[in-house]
Ligand binder design. Structure first.
Ligand SMILES: Nc1ncnc2c1ncn2[C@@H]1O[C@H](COP(=O)(O)OP(=O)(O)OP(=O)(O)O)[C@@H](O)[C@H]1O
Ligand SMILES: [Mg+2]
Length: 255
């Protein structure tokens, strides 16, 4: 059975997609079978993988709708990019919440679909949108673990309590097996006091073992996305690659 990890935080721009995609890329390079799911209608993980969302005829939205109607998977939604598999997203995903409004168990659609698929993978990694709609709820309901990236600035701490409330609610109502794997401090700027303060605050709040080493600011990470390449395919020796490799080691060991 695959271990399923959702990268989630309601706060926008905290590094969910960047971490999720690069973690998938690294895991694929250590010869594990890994499936990435882009569950955000912004389709940024799809772009990061070098796929053009407007050319995606069959993505996660189509896969879930087909599954709801026919009870089986639509294989052509799965794309292979180098060593990894991805279920990409397109614009249609923006209408997911309204499309499922009349279905029973709307929170469990992804979980039911993954039950059909997960035996084929060691890891399934889900990128979620910066909102708490049914995409995020489905992702949390379908996951074994959640990783919460937090940008190391003051305002990011404010949104964290709300994210934790959602985590506990899903834990109690939909998925008692869901565990918080860790919080990841992102875009850490070693020179600024606020970065260090936020890091300490996270360790005080969650306990040091629940906070990974920070991912430092590295322009190579932002550049890699614009080339449609993971940091490991773009600049494998960069600071960003080192930090994300360290994160993957930490996550794999913790699981
Ligand atoms: N360590 C880093 N160093 C430099 N830039 C980074 C780093 N991590 C992420 N970025 C950049 O920050 C921006 C936001 O990151 P990303 O898209 O991963 O956040 P997100 O949480 O997925 O955003 P959204 O909530 O909109 O989905 C992107 O332009 C990304 O390239
Ligand atoms: Mg994103």
């Amino acid at each position: 059975m695959a271990k399923t990890i959702a990268f989630a935080n309601r706060k926008g721009g905290c590094g969910k997609t960047t971490l999720a995609y690069n973690v998938v890329s690294y895991i694929s390079k250590i010869n594990k079978r890994v499936l990435a799911i882009d569950f955000d209608s912004q389709a940024q993980m799809t772009l990061y993988a070098g796929l053009m969302p407007h050319t995606i005829e069959y993505g996660i939205y189509e896969m879930l709708m087909y599954f709801l109607n026919k009870g089986r998977r639509l294989q052509k939604c799965m794309k292979q990019v180098r060593n990894m598999f991805i279920i990409p997203a397109n614009q249609n995903l923006a209408s997911f919440d309204t499309a499922i409004v009349n279905f029973e168990h709307k929170e469990m659609i992804l979980r039911d679909l993954l039950m059909e698929i997960e035996a084929e993978y060691d890891y399934v990694i889900i990128d979620t949108p910066p909102s708490l709609g049914y995409s995020t709820i489905n992702a949390l309901a379908a996951s074994d673990f959640v990783v919460i990236p937090v940008k190391t600035d003051f305002l990011s701490l404010a949104g964290l309590a709300q994210m934790m409330k959602v985590f506990y609610k899903v834990n109690v109502t939909l998925n008692p097996l869901l565990q918080l794997l860790c919080v990841v401090p992102t875009m850490f700027d070693t020179r600024t006091r606020i970065s260090h303060e936020v890091l300490e605050e996270l360790k005080d709040n969650f306990g040091p073992s629940m906070v990974s080493d920070p991912i430092r600011v590295d322009v190579k990470i932002a550049e890699s996305a614009s080339h449609g390449l993971s940091i490991f395919d773009y600049k494998p020796k960069s600071r960003g690659a080192q930090d994300i490799k360290g994160l993957v080691d930490f996550l794999l060991e913790k699981m």
